[in-house]
Design a protein. Structure first.
Lengths: 122, 361
């Protein structure tokens, strides 16, 4: 049960990408990994650490609840912390249930969007 | 294995209302344990200080906090009515626009007030003192009247504004101690966690059915989340927010604007915590169009004693509240895609069950 809860909150140890630790997200050959610190919980302000692969630049981030049609009540801020490394401050899940992370990354001349589904249960 | 099977069996047969599956059990357990551990507010150096708590308690009932020496905090926050007043809307020196919020379980919240215009309990406690419709006093006035009591706890204040904030911090230190006691629900919840069939059986059958509605089909726990039965945020739930023919109560939209303009928010000089430990929500809060007409998701602890309900006190009883959500008019929700709220079309028996549950909190 504990393992299932941890997985649901996006916290479990997952296979690391070459570009950084965390939960891998990929689409069309683009990759990044993220992890949430401290453990995600309803009403707790957390940070999202992002490691991008292949020189991708993280340009935007959002979190939303697609089934409810709303996003965060807070405006996260992205700060670069190293080559391909970013820390997003100000993420607060205000409801339990299915959320979606949205990462906008710069790939060459274009901006591409990667999404990751996660469930906040407690 | 046999022990596990017996425990599971006990869960299913312990109560005549209905069986409990794993998902419902988990949803119920999320509403405890209670009471929470008391933790001092780092933004308030008076928090947890016995002398400041005693001063705050005395001042709460002291008319010297009002300009005309005729009103106190306790004039509207009546101890015999869970520190609310039983009226639809508050009555200060002039009529107010919103229901007087009951005072309990206030420590550790992100936001205070129906619109969350304060990010600390001490900042929220300051508003009624200076509001011209309420106590209509000022830091200068309070300093003239209360300097001896103040200085005995805080030492001399550098200016009138600091003096005013200190008085509010003493009031907050005392209000933090107002915690609703353990309830019949807490006993049931803890018995469920412990697998105590006899303890679970002591919970009223109707309340148990209402609890299932609350965490299940009703989706009430999506917002009324956790041990305090609130996610600490704001929502639009189809309650009128117009004030007469010409006015409108902006709700959370106005609250965020007031918060960010306030010299008393946690980003300002009156925060006693140089690390700004609790200021992150203020730093990141977003002012959104959908905040119009949103109001606090109130805690439901002790809710039986705090009628009438909603931000404007427009619903007199818990049954009216249940009927409001049961038949909610989606056309009155001005947000796009707020799919959490859907008409439930509860029967009168189900409404009675929901009320029976709420009355056990």
């Amino acid at each position: 049960m504990k393992l299932a809860l941890a997985l649901a909150a996006g916290l479990a140890a997952t296979p690391a990408l070459a570009c950084g630790p965390g939960i891998p997200v990929s689409a069309d050959g683009l990759q990044l990994a993220y992890r949430i610190e401290p453990a995600a919980a309803v009403g707790r302000m957390v940070a999202v650490e992002v490691a991008t692969c292949d020189g991708l630049a993280l340009e935007g981030f959002d979190a939303r609840m697609p089934i409810h049609g709303h996003g965060l009540n807070y405006r996260p801020r992205i700060a670069a912390t190293g080559p391909g490394a970013y820390r997003i401050e100000g993420v607060l899940f205000h409801m339990p249930g299915p959320w979606q992370f949205v990462f906008d990354v710069r790939a060459g001349e274009t901006t591409r969007r990667l999404t990751a589904d996660l469930t906040i249960r407690r | 294995m046999k022990v596990l099977a017996l425990a599971l069996l006990a869960l299913f047969v312990a109560h005549p209302a209905r069986a409990i599956d794993a998902a419902e059990r988990e949803a119920i357990l999320l509403h405890g344990p209670w009471p929470p551990e008391a933790t001092p507010d780092p933004s308030n150096r008076a928090s947890g200080d016995p002398a400041a708590i005693a001063l705050g308690q005395r001042l709460f009932f002291d008319v010297r906090l009002s300009r005309d020496l005729d009103r106190a905090c306790a004039s509207c926050h009546l101890p015999a009515q869970a520190y609310a007043d039983g009226r639809p809307r508050g009555e200060g020196l002039r009529p107010l626009d919103r229901n007087t919020i009951a005072l309990a379980n206030l420590g550790g919240r992100r936001w205070y007030g129906w619109d969350g215009r304060s990010d600390s309990l001490w900042a929220q406690s300051l508003h009624p003192i200076v509001d011209e419709r309420e106590l209509a006093a000022s830091g200068t006035l309070l300093r003239d009247r209360l300097e001896r009591e103040h200085d005995a706890v805080f030492g001399p204040a550098d200016d009138d504004e600091i003096f005013l904030v200190d008085i509010a911090k003493a009031l907050a230190a005392w209000q933090e101690t107002l915690v609703t006691p353990r309830s019949a629900f807490d006993d049931y919840r803890d018995a469920l966690e412990a697998g105590d069939a006899a303890g679970m059986a002591a919970y009223p059958v109707a309340a148990r059915r209402g609890l299932s509605l609350f965490v299940g089909r009703g989706q009430c726990a999506t917002c009324h989340f956790g041990p305090s039965f609130s996610n600490g945020e704001f929502d639009s739930v189809g309650i009128n927010y117009f004030l007469g023919p010409d006015g409108v109560d902006r709700g959370r939209h106005g609250g965020i604007a007031a918060l960010l303009a306030s010299p008393f928010n946690l980003l300002g000089r009156h925060n006693d915590d140089s690390a700004r430990t609790t200021a992150a929500p203020t730093t990141h809060v977003a002012l959104l169009h959908r905040n119009w007409g949103e109001f606090r998701v109130p805690s439901l602890r002790g809710v039986k004693a705090t009628a009438p309900y909603m931000h404007d006190g427009s619903l007199a009883t818990l049954a009216e509240v249940a009927r409001h959500y049961s038949e909610i008019d989606l056309d009155r929700l001005h947000q796009d895609g707020q799919l959490t709220l859907q008409p439930l079309h509860l029967t009168e028996a189900e409404i009675a069950d929901l009320v029976a549950f709420l009355e056990t909190l």
